[in-house]
Structure formats: structure tokens, C-alpha cells
Design a binder for this molecule. Structure first.
Ligand code: ZN
Ligand code: ZN
Length: 237
């Protein structure tokens, strides 16, 4: 099916933030200018290390070594109310899966702006953070995978969903525990390699990154699967 036809079918000309009409020629396509400005896409950057909170932004050199993750890009701050409501609308009722596509586009724009060397098809793969199979069955889809698929199309990089698997499903109360308790979870090896990887460079994608314990566990599994260089990307941090 023609992609333009598909996107015009999925996204009639209205803003996904406020449902006001949006011109097809609008550079931000799925958002009106007002909502796009609310997403603070242009000037959002991570000011402290996502793992240890050290000043300096992204991932500090010490944590790069221990996590195998060389850098991180996030499109929007999670304190942004519009970003929160868009992501919640995908993960929880009404499960608006179609919102993953424009969020993937937004994240791709952010990556293009923030990475000094752009990832390109050769030697790269996009890997979404997997859901546990029980959670996948309940929800029917993995929101990180939907966002990663949209991102992969934008960056023209293949997506791989069979490299790592999730061994444990975190209960919602586990997510609400303190930072130190959540950091301990990273030691419990939530993810494991499922097959050997062919591309040495990985763009690991999640919808939201909070303490970084999930991506750290993913990165360890990816490293065991043969990944050499890992970068992380999320819609919101
Ligand atoms: Zn709007
Ligand atoms: Zn650090």
C-alpha cells in the first residue's frame, strides 16, 4: 500500500495533540505548531547522566563503560504533559497504537539533530526493548516496537526483534519503588540474548527511560549477543 495513502488514512489532517486541523504541508505533519512547540523538541537535552545523575548530560564515561551504552537521545522531557498523555494513550486504554508512528518520526528528528555521526543502514540495527510475553499477550502489542518501527523507517535501518528476550515482567508496584530499589532490579538480569546479532551497532529503543535500569539490562544482553556499540533512544526521559 502506498505509504502516503496509509498515513493520510491513519492521520486525517488533525493535530494529535489538540485535534485542530493541520495542513498537509505543515513541516510537523502530525502536530499543529502550537502543540509541536509544547513538545519542546528543539531544545530538550538530557542534562545529567541517566544512570548515576552526574552532571554533564547523557551518559557519563564511567557509566558508558559499565553499561556498554555510548550515548542516549530523548525527544521530550517526561515532565512535559503532552508527551505524558501521548505515551499513556498508547500504553493504556484507549491504546492508540497509531500515535507510535508520529512519536517515532519525532524521535528520528531528535536523533538527526543530536548524534554527531548519523546511523545508516550498513552495520546498524534498531532493537526495541522487548515486553515480557505475558504482558505482550495482555496488551496485544509492544509500544516500544511500534515506535522503533517508525524510527527505523525514518532512518532507513533494519529492525531486529529476536536478538534479546525479556525473562521477567516488572509488576507495576516495582516501577513505583524508590530509585535505589529500582536500580537493584538491573542486577536481576531481566533480559537475555536470544540470538547472535549480525550488525555491530545497535540503536536500542524504548518509549520512556526513567532510571535506565531496563536499558542497562538490555544492553548487557545485547553485548552478550555480539553488539559492539550501543546507543539508546527514547521518546521521553
Ligand atoms: Zn495541536
Ligand atoms: Zn553516570
Amino acid at each position: 500500500m502506498n505509504r502516503d495513502y496509509l498515513s493520510s488514512y491513519l492521520f486525517p489532517n488533525s493535530c494529535i495533540g489538540c485535534e485542530q486541523p493541520v495542513s498537509k504541508q505543515d513541516p510537523y505533519r502530525n502536530f499543529c505548531l502550537h502543540c509541536y512547540s509544547l513538545l519542546e523538541c528543539i531544545d530538550f537535552s538530557i542534562s545529567r547522566c541517566v544512570f548515576c545523575n552526574e552532571r554533564g548530560g547523557g551518559i557519563c564515561s564511567k557509566c558508558q563503560k559499565s553499561s556498554h551504552i555510548l550515548g542516549i537521545s530523548s525527544a521530550v522531557s517526561y515532565s512535559n504533559p503532552l508527551a505524558q498523555s501521548l505515551i499513556r494513550s498508547i500504553k493504556y486504554p484507549p491504546y492508540l497504537q497509531k500515535l507510535a508512528e508520529p512519536l517515532g518520526v519525532l524521535l528520528a528528528q531528535r536523533i538527526v539533530e543530536s548524534f554527531s555521526t548519523l546511523p545508516h543502514s550498513k552495520n546498524w540495527a534498531v532493537v526495541p526493548v522487548p515486553l515480557h510475553k505475558t504482558r505482550f499477550r495482555l496488551r496485544g502489542f509492544n509500544q516500544a516496537e511500534l515506535i522503533a518501527r517508525s524510527l527505523a523507517i525514518q532512518l532507513d535501518i533494519p529492525i531486529k526483534t529476536d536478538i534479546i528476550k525479556r525473562l521477567k515482567s516488572l509488576k507495576p508496584q516495582a516501577l513505583a519503588q524508590s530509585r535505589s530499589q529500582r536500580m537493584k532490579l538491573q542486577k536481576s538480569h531481566i533480559f537475555a540474548p536470544a540470538s547472535q546479532i549480525s550488525a555491530p551497532n545497535i540503536l536500542l529503543v524504548d518509549d520512556v527511560i526513567t532510571t535506565g535500569s531496563t536499558i542497562k539490562s538490555c544492553a548487557l544482553a545485547l553485548h552478550s549477543a555480539g553488539a559492539k556499540n550501543i546507543w539508546a533512544a527514547c521518546v521521553s526521559h
